[in-house]
Design a protein around this ligand. Sequence first.
Ligand SMILES: [Zn+2]
Ligand SMILES: [Zn+2]
Length: 169
Amino acid sequence: MFIIHGAYHFWPKRVAFRDDYCLTCESPRRSIAIRTFDVGHIWIPILPVGYWKHWKCTACGSDPHVNPKARRSFIWAGLLCLIAISVILWEAPFDPDLGSTGWILRVAAPAATIWLLTYLLRSPKEPSLRERLAAIPPASDAVCPFCSTPLICGSGPRWSCPACSAVRY
Ligand SMILES: [Zn+2]
Ligand SMILES: [Zn+2]
């Protein structure tokens, strides 16, 4: 099995743009797609993996659809772990060797559980990315943002630039 330690991105070219919702900025943003020739590297062997398109937000530079916050399901999993730890700590016969540490753990685990539970119940469930994207009208540019050439409606469903072949999404 190959473990790819990273990827080199060669020959970047801006190939598309769209009006998007960026999860890092938490607001509607313009994002652009950059196509690069990617080469994975393990240590010395180099693995060409071809052309790949990467979307990035023009304001913060990160992938607009990667949520920087921990997902709620991870927090729920953490909560279940804490409940399990609390139960184990209280079920186990008290070990006098542990002394005050044992008592601190016995109190800290349920306290952390309650804190996490109130956090989960208080923080409103965020609208999904799909809902947010639905609220954003598609880009309506008539001119290519990369080279200022008027866009044309080709044979496909998308408008594109005749000069640099960037595509409007
Ligand atoms: Zn952003
Ligand atoms: Zn162009």
